[in-house]
Design a binder for this molecule. Structure first.
Ligand SMILES: [Zn+2]
Length: 222
């Protein structure tokens, strides 16, 4: 996932990405989830309602990423949209959602910890930058309106599923995982775990792809 929550900077993940990218090039893709047709995740993607609206601002470098978990969030949530770019001319219009309180999911010392909605509270429009940490900061720099939004963060993040598989760095969360956790905090006790089903399958596919690549390299060498 092209996201700064994610395990993006792990050196172990990079060869996996390359392997997946190579495999993708030679196989027909599902037009919806963009996975190779043989590994289409669509059957696992839910269609969940939420009180919260989610707006993902995706850096262009993430679009063709094999680990595009933001796409899984946009497909799995009824109230989630994804916009791709560096400078978002229409941002003020997107943020002006009547009845919603916009905020930026961005960790930092000035970020308020998310908590469950109080009764009658206005739901949030959760704006989520999707890119590496550096790209996310660049998006803020290029879009002052974005940088000016009140910031929120997850108080205690659950460990990433990447991490369980020893891939990512500490505290790294995919965009999809960050959104899932944020919604579960805001809309407690509602569960959004169904969003992660295609993600688990994606990781399993990655590991399989890595095995294939390693096998091929070894095979060529000998
Ligand atoms: Zn699909």
């Amino acid at each position: 996932m092209g996201d700064f929550f994610r395990a993006g900077r792990s050196s172990k993940v990079l060869p996996v990405r390359r392997a997946v990218a190579q495999l993708r090039m030679s196989r027909p893709q599902c037009p919806r989830c963009h996975r190779p047709l043989a590994h289409c995740l669509c059957a696992l993607i839910p269609n969940l309602p939420s009180h919260t609206r989610v707006l993902i601002l995706q850096h262009p470098s993430e679009v063709d990423h094999a680990l595009n978990t933001a796409r899984l969030a946009a497909l799995g949530l009824q109230q989630c949209e994804i916009r791709v770019g560096e400078i978002f001319e229409d941002l003020s219009r997107w943020l002006a959602q009547p009845g919603y309180q916009p905020c930026l999911l961005f960790p930092g010392e000035h970020s308020e910890a998310l908590s469950a909605y109080q009764p009658c509270a206005q739901p949030r429009l959760l704006v989520v930058p999707d890119g590496t940490w550096r790209k996310a900061r660049k998006l803020l720099h290029l879009n002052p309106l974005l940088a000016a939004l009140p910031r929120v963060q997850l108080a205690t993040a659950e460990p990433s599923r990447y991490r369980l598989r020893k891939a990512p760095g500490p505290g790294a969360l995919s965009t999809l995982e960050a959104i899932t956790q944020a919604l579960e905090v805001l809309e407690s006790p509602a569960s959004f775990q169904a969003l992660l089903k295609p993600f688990d399958a994606l990781i399993d596919g990655q590991i399989a792809a890595m095995g294939e690549e390693v096998y091929r390299r070894n095979h060529q060498r000998h």
